[in-house]
Each structure stands twice: as C-alpha cells, then as structure tokens.
Design a protein around this ligand. Structure first.
Ligand SMILES: [Ca+2]
Ligand SMILES: [Ca+2]
Length: 689
C-alpha cells in the first residue's frame, strides 16, 4: 500500500508541476470553478496571455458572462492576431489585436445569454477552456432516480435497501453511525449510554424535547415499545432476528409453539423483560455478550416509533395477553404509513412511481436544508439517463454497463471505488422449491422441468458453480470493479480469508458433476427452469445470461429461461421458496463475519432459511463463533465455516463490488458510509459552493 502511494505521489507531483507552470504563465490570477482542460504551449510567435478572467466566477446557464483577456507581445516585431470566444464549436465573438513589441492590451468579450457547455478563448495556437454549468434545477428538492421501490415502510418489517433508504430519512434510532465509520457512534434519540463490564446490560438516556411528526412527545416508553413491537411482529424473513439473538438468545419467536397459550405467555414475558424503561432511561438485558449490538441499534430495524400512534393504526397495543395476534402478520399495520422523529416526513408513496418526503420544520436539530426529497422509480435506464442529463434527477442509479455513457458529461460528478460491504450478487440455490412454483416447469425430472428438490443434490450445485464464468461476469457487468470472495466472509470484515477455496469456471468439471447428478438421470433427460432477476438490474441480468449460455452449451436438453420481475414480486417469490435460483446481494447489517455467515449458512438465517439449507455442524459453529471473545479462536471458527461453505456449495458469491456514486455537481454534502441503505439526505443541499 505504502509503496504504491509513494510512486503515485511522485507521478502526481511531476504532472502538477508542468500544469502549474502553464497555468501560471497563461492564467495568472484566475481562480474559481472553471475547468481549464486544454492548456498548450505558447506559439513560436510572441503573443502571450498576461491575464484571463471570467466574471462571474461561477457561470450558470443563462447568466451573462464577461471574459477579459490581457495579452502582450514579448517578441521583437509587431504582430496581429485574432482572439475569439468559441462556444460549443462555433465562434461567438472575435476581435483582432495588433501589438508592437512590449505592448500590452486588454480585450473584453461579453456573452449575454450563456448556454451550458464549453467556452474556448482562442488566441493563435493558445486555447483556454472554461465551462458554463447548468443552472441549479429545483434548488430545494432532491430527486433520486433509482430502480425498484420499497417493499414496506414499516421499520420492523423492512429488510431491503429500497425500504431502508426511505426509513432512515424519516425514523431515527437511539444512536447513529459517526460520519463514514461503521464502528463509532454518535447520539441521536439517546444522549448518553453505558454498557456493563459483562456486556449484558445496555442503558440509554433518552433525549428530552423530541416530538414525533404528529407532535406527540418522544418518551422512554416509546423506545421500549418500539423494540418490543419489533420482536412481537418478527415476520418471516425479516430483520428482527438481529434483536432476538442478542436479547432472547433465539432467532425466531416461532421456534416456540406459540399456539400453546402457556408457551406464548412465557415468550411474551421474555420479550417484555428484555427491554425496560423508566421516566428517563431505557435498559436492554442481553442474553449473551454480543459485540455487534451497538451496530444493530444504529440501523432501521431499531427505529423508534410512537406507541400511541401505532396503537391508533391497529398495531400491537403493548399488552401481553394476545400479543401472538400481532406476530408475523400478512401485512403490517405500518406498511404504508410513517410517523418518525427524523428530518423528513412522509408526504406520499405513489406505488410504482415515487416516494415523496417533506422537511420536518420542527426537527429537534436544525431542519434539513432540502425542503423535499423525491425517490423516483425509473426502471428504464434510457429514461433515467435523460432525467439525469437534463438535471431533472440529482442523484441517479447508474448501472455499470452504462458508466461509459456518462464519462466526461458536464455537470455530473462521479465518486469511484467506494469500498462496499456487499456480497453481490450471490447465486443461491433453493433446496426445497415450492411445488407450486411457476418457475420449475413440469416439477418433475422429465426434461420439461425440475423436481422441487433439484438442488438438494450437491452435484447439481457444483455443476452450476463450475458453469459460471466469473471473470467474464466481473469484466462485463462490473467492468472489473470488483473482487471475488470465496465465501460470504468478504474483504473488509475481520477474519477475511483471501485464499479461501472458491469455484472457477470449468465446463469440463461442470459436465462431470452434471453427469453424476441424480444418479446420471439428469444428463440423459435434461431439465428446464426459469431464473428471475429484478427489473432494471443489469448486473443480475448479465449473470443470468452467462449462466444460461454456458449451461445450455453443455447439453441440448438443458434449458434455462430468464424472466424479469418487479422487486417486491421477486422478494415475495424468494421468501415463499418459489425461485429455483435467486441472485441477490447482501449489504452488511454490521461489519462482523457473523452478520454474513448467519444469513448465508445458518439454517435459520435469512437466505439459508429461504433456500432450505441446513447443516447442523454449521449451525453449531456459527452459534459458537459469535460468543467467543478471543480473536484467534474466532478466526479458526470462521475459517472452518469458509471450508464447509465451499464443500456444501449452498450458494456462490459472484462478486464483491467496488461502488460508484453519481450526482449532479450542484449536489453538496453527500457522504458515503458503506453501511447506509441509500442516500442519507439530512446533510445534503443544492447549489455551487
Ligand atoms: Ca418491557
Ligand atoms: Ca409517545
């Protein structure tokens, strides 16, 4: 690292020196925001710039601009030259100047109505460029053009980034990540906290004077209610296992037989006892030491809701006699509504179109600078691109396949190589597909479909893993901006193992495993299945196509169909076990290997449960790993898990991407934190600083 930094540094210094010399010669005195991109050698003739200035210093579309050029003749004889201002290729104004030796003259050009683009001042062989920027569109409103839309607005239910992006701008948590750190926290709805030396008790002092968007005051009781409500709800495939594991030592409330009233009462009591409050504080009692608990508390599932308002919406009343009624609902009462304490309030969610947030003017901190945030669902790249180019979108999701189209486009800023704590996409195999799935053809091993337990044969999984061209995928879909981890313990997490075993693209081996699968019957009869991806996600589409191409090339009886579906449809089909293969990413909830091995490998973890993957040895190792304090012992556990992951092949990580962020250059204040589900809008404003 250090060596390459040094050599880069030297190179940069050399280049800077050359540029500086030219800049000093040609542009002395010019400052501000202009991009002087083409500065060339002075002509053999003797005319030289002394000064060039552009007023105002920031030129926006439509503004008049004055260019003042001072030139001198340093040669030995009289010289005549034309100086002109060329706008986007055509001459806008020009003046001739004739200078005797040592004579200096200043010329002024005025362009009354500027259009966006490149302005070049041409004087003989010298060309100097400046840019007229776009006038800031909708200066109080931030428009984010993205794909997909939230699955829900209920923080206890939400477990996808599209939902999380809305939620973490409207609701707040006790603590929040400090800047771009994932391991340091700052106060939000709690002002102070204490953790007992045994790691089992967490105490938070609740901030006074905070109100919800309906005007109700925030109380410690609301905080207690928020966590208990989340655990009461505990929907299938939701995020609440992250609270249940540290607080109750379980992964799911339905691990108990809740239809037995005595058992239900006991579980209710456990939930109630785990979180307590008094007039000023909230206390958490953990079942076991759990180092990532603070990270869990800083995330959307730990959002604080208003108890009274929730009850008015038909949510859990806060009592224990019939709490099971509110467990794992079909649709949560807060599915479409929000009532937080955060800097923005929900104005509306127009399905299939946009979510609109408005500023909370009674926010307990200084109100946000933006009045409005619109998160638009624009699945078509061409439409999204047009919006972005015209400045109708301020921040846009740009699929990697299209990044070249935005290269050098004026007015667009790209922040590159953002380290992502993301394992995406990963190819998951479903071991027990729902027999009613529309994606398995006949549902039989008869060449016209697949049986529901198709992927329970490890040979099938390995055959698929060897059929994928990983390098091509990273090159084509991610333009090389990714690394490839062997296991879900990705780079950036403690105990990452760079040399973990992983599958390589090898069609000979793929054929070998396909021939072994289903006692040889699969190779003879063939199969058909459908893989889906969410609309607009070109990376996943490319992955599907690569898989289809290679597998179909092996045997004419192998057939893979690809279908694009809406994001909520995709999620629901995945949870129901209808997707034979699903490609999805995993964004870290907290930067610890436990947060990856649990969803990917534990029989009760998010993905593994959807897949129906279960290995008791794996479960035991995962449960052991989170409780160990000694790092060397922990490392051994996670190494073993990486080995088993390779052998069992329940899923295959295709890439760990390095991210990019695209915004109009008038967007200010955005910052990156790898744990964020989307754009955190509070610090953002629009304008040119
Ligand atoms: Ca309680
Ligand atoms: Ca309240």
């Amino acid at each position: 690292m250090k060596a390459s930094n040094n050599s880069l540094g030297k190179k940069a210094v050399a280049t800077t020196t050359v540029v500086l010399v030219i800049v000093i010669l040609v542009l002395a005195g010019v400052a501000g925001y202009f991009a002087y991109t083409s500065l060339t050698k002075p002509p053999p003739g003797k005319l030289e710039y002394v000064d060039l200035s552009v007023e105002p210093s920031v030129v926006e579309e439509g503004n008049p601009v004055t260019v003042t050029v001072t030139v001198t003749n340093t040669g030995g004889s009289t010289i005549t030259e034309t100086i002109s201002v060329v706008v986007n290729g055509s001459v806008e104004a020009s003046q001739d100047v004739t200078l005797d030796p040592d004579q200096t003259e200043t010329l002024t050009f005025t362009v009354t109505k500027t259009e966006v683009g490149k302005y070049v001042v041409v004087c003989g062989d010298l060309e100097t460029l400046f840019t007229v920027r776009f006038a800031v569109k909708n200066p109080d409103t931030l428009v984010i053009a993205t794909i997909g839309e939230p699955e829900t607005l209920d923080p206890a239910w939400a477990y996808d980034t599209a939902s999380g992006e809305v939620i973490f701008n409207v609701y707040e948590t006790l603590i929040f990540f400090k800047g771009n750190r994932t391991d340091e926290f700052e106060p939000r709805l709690a002002t102070e906290w204490w953790i007992s030396p045994d790691g089992l008790t967490y105490v938070f002092k609740i901030r006074e004077g905070v109100t919800f968007h309906n005007g109700n005051p925030l109380t410690p009781e609301d905080v207690e209610y928020s966590f208990e409500r989340a655990m009461v709800q505990d929907r299938d495939g939701g995020p609440v296992w992250m609270l249940l594991e540290p607080l109750l030592g379980i992964f799911c409330t339905r691990d108990f037989n809740l239809s037995d009233p005595a058992v239900a009462a006991e579980v209710g009591q456990m939930i109630d006892a785990a979180v307590e409050s008094n007039a000023t504080h909230v206390i958490f009692h953990l079942k076991q030491p759990y180092p990532p608990f603070m990270q869990i508390l800083a995330q959307t599932w730990s959002s604080i809701v208003d108890k009274e308002w929730c009850i008015e919406q038909g949510d859990w009343p806060g009592t224990w006699d019939d709490w099971v009624k509110y467990n794992n609902p079909e649709v949560p009462p807060l599915q479409e509504k929000m009532m937080g304490t955060g800097p923005f309030m929900l104005e509306r969610w127009e399905h299939g179109k946009e979510v609109v947030l408005v500023r909370n003017d009674n926010y307990w901190r200084e109100p946000a600078k933006l009045k409005r945030v619109i998160i638009k669902k624009v699945d078509e790249w061409s439409t999204r691109k047009l919006m972005f180019m015209k400045g109708d979108a301020d921040i846009a999701y740009v699929p990697r396949a299209h990044i070249a189209e935005l290269e050098g486009v004026p007015g667009i800023r790209c922040v590159k190589d953002l380290p992502e704590l993301v394992c995406s996409p990963t190819m998951f195999f479903t071991f027990d597909i729902s027999p009613t799935s529309p994606y398995i053809g006949s549902g039989q091993l008869d060449g016209k479909g697949i049986p529901p337990d198709f992927f329970s044969d490890v040979n099938v999984r390995k055959a698929f893993a060897y059929s994928f061209d990983y390098d091509r995928f990273i090159e084509e879909a991610l333009l090389g901006e990714a690394i490839r981890p062997g296991s879900p313990i990705i780079k950036g997490l403690p105990f990452y193992w760079p040399d973990a075993p992983k599958y390589e693209f090898n069609l000979t081996k793929a054929e070998e495993y396909f021939k072994k699968a289903w006692d040889g019957k699969l190779w003879d009869v063939g199969f058909e299945l459908t893989i889906t991806y969410n609309v607009g996600n070109l990376e996943r589409k490319t992955a599907c196509e690569i898989l289809k191409y290679n597998i179909e090339s092996l045997n004419p009886k192998f057939k893979i169909y690809i279908r694009a579906v809406e994001w909520p449809t995709f999620l629901r089909a995945m949870v129901k076990g209808e997707l034979p293969i699903f490609l999805i990413g995993w964004l870290a909830d907290y930067p610890d290997p436990h947060n990856f091995v649990h969803p990917f490998m534990h029989s009760k973890g998010t993905f593994a449960a959807w897949q129906g993957y279960s290995n008791p040895e794996v479960d035991a190792l995962i449960e052991e790993g989170i409780k160990i304090i000694d790092p060397a012992q922990r490392e051994a556990v996670y190494k073993k898990l990486a080995e088993i992951y390779y052998e069992d092949c329940p899923s295959v990580p295709l890439a760990q991407p390095l991210g990019r962020h695209y915004e109009r250059d008038w967007v200010q204040g955005w910052y990156y934190n790898p744990i964020f589900p989307g754009v955190y809008c509070y610090p953002i404003w629009k304008g040119y600083p």
